[in-house]
Design a protein around this ligand. Sequence first.
Ligand code: ATP
Ligand code: MG
Length: 332
Amino acid sequence: MLLTGDRPTGKLHIGHYVGSLKNRVAMQNAGTYDPYIMIADKQAFTDNARDPEKIHNSLLEVALDYLAVGIDPAKSTIFVQTAVPELSELTEYFLNLVSVARLQRNPTVKTEIQQKGFGESIPAGFFVYPVSQAADIALFKGQVVPVGEDQEPMLEQTREIVRTFNRYYNTDILVEPEGVFPPKGQGRIPGLDGVKMSKSLGNAIYLSDTEDDLWQKIKSMYTDPAHIRVEDPGHIEGNMVFTYLDIFDTDTEKVAALKAQYQAGGLGDMKIKKYLFEVLNNELQPIRERRAEFAQDREGVLQMLKDGSEKARAEAQKTMHAVREAMGIAYW
Ligand code: ATP
Ligand code: MG
């Protein structure tokens, strides 16, 4: 099976789109794997426990983003994490298969702890979220997991836990997952400020941004502070406009020519920003339009999530039963 998901901590952004959503839609349409797509509301609480409203409100927004990019409920089971309590049960067993020292070494969690400014008050649930993620993947026997680069340590951790589980309980019911990552350079899209684009950092271009939002964000984008007059030679390294053109413009020859002209001098920031706007808007416009259509039927979207969650839970219960049998706790 295929398992992946997103936290309902805001709307989805173009980092999600190139980092994971595109691969999911392609794999869904190829039909090789049975895809399960999870909205990870339980995980969202690990660093948003005080903000249930954000999580509640983001659930439907994430579902709308899925539908807008082409995740099709007829082909992919979209479900809500808290609707499958077996995931919490498996997490609890998995917590015994990993050491605190091993969890402390996770580089993505280390970075996030810094970014979130937890200091000495790291929520215990946040610290162990890679274990709960391992349970998500293992319970759905996820063989393939389309995700961005920041998730590589989570997959490694999942493989280790699965191996330990199978060894301790002398079984082969759980499957070691493989990550499916986007093409090189697209697995960690920087945000408007240059650090990883993230819903929680307020540095994102959202799939649902209006044309005007998009233009305002591009207009204020960081370029090259030394590039003052049009005729000045400019730098393209660390220049977000060129970073995004490299990712989103399929016309690589044109981008190369623009870069050469910018470096030589004679190409103004406004001009390249307008060009980037066109490129991004061409990609986002159909998504925005489909999203607006689905948003007219919020009840229907909620029902779709309920149906998907019921199907996912039935599947999870089957595996959970096999887990209990392997652990010798299926007493009757
Ligand atoms: P949060 O700030 O709440 O953690 P997020 O923006 O990091 O939100 P997640 O829900 O944590 O988003 O991640 C969902 C998926 O999107 C993961 O597979 C992750 O690797 C991918 N992803 C997130 N941000 C990026 C990015 N900037 N570039 C590429 N992929 C990304
Ligand atoms: Mg994240």
